[in-house]
Design a protein around this ligand. Structure first.
Ligand code: RTP
Ligand code: MG
Length: 139
């Protein structure tokens, strides 16, 4: 991890609706390079560990149920200023508040079903990338 990477998940609702293609197109059009990618389904416990910072919050149960409800696409993305630029590309957590043209504005259903995840810091990006990918699964 060099500080220029971030971790994203295309969340179950967006995979189910066949938005994987258009979302990846938006991501690569914005200049991100895909360094790792896989389709998988998290268990509820794994979703809970991934979102461990939110344990105890009122939305934690719904979040971990949703995130383990179907397959997701996890990716490591690389670009200068990756964490901040990717969060800008996806838009606000709640699509109602997201800017026009952002991935969440285009593809999210609601605040809880908001299409994509983006790491919130370089430290989170490293932790989350190691959560999904071994050394031989990334380049
Ligand atoms: P994410 O981690 O998934 O990229 O989303 P985020 O940084 O924009 O938001 P975060 O605060 O980390 O919350 C994680 C996910 O929990 C759900 N949430 N619901 N009902 C609520 O008030 C609420 N707050 C958060 C969202 O689905 C959010 O993506
Ligand atoms: Mg977050």
């Amino acid at each position: 991890m060099n500080g220029n990477q971030t971790l994203t998940m295309i969340k179950p609702i967006a995979v189910e609706r066949n938005y994987v293609g258009p979302i990846i197109q938006k991501i690569t059009d914005a200049g991100f390079i895909i360094r790792a990618m896989k389709l998988l389904q998290l268990s509820k416990n794994q979703a809970g560990d991934f979102y461990g910072e939110h344990r105890g919050k009122y939305f934690y149960e719904d979040l971990t149920t949703f995130m383990s409800s179907g397959p997701i696409v996890a990716m490591i993305l690389e670009k200068e200023n990756a964490v901040a630029d990717f969060r800008k590309l996806i838009g606000a957590t709640d699509p109602v508040e997201a800017e026009e043209g952002t991935i969440r504005k285009l593809y999210a259903e609601s605040k809880s079903h908001n299409a994509v995840h983006g790491s919130d810091s370089d430290e989170s990006a490293k932790r989350e990338s190691d959560f999904f990918f071994s050394a031989v699964e990334r380049f």
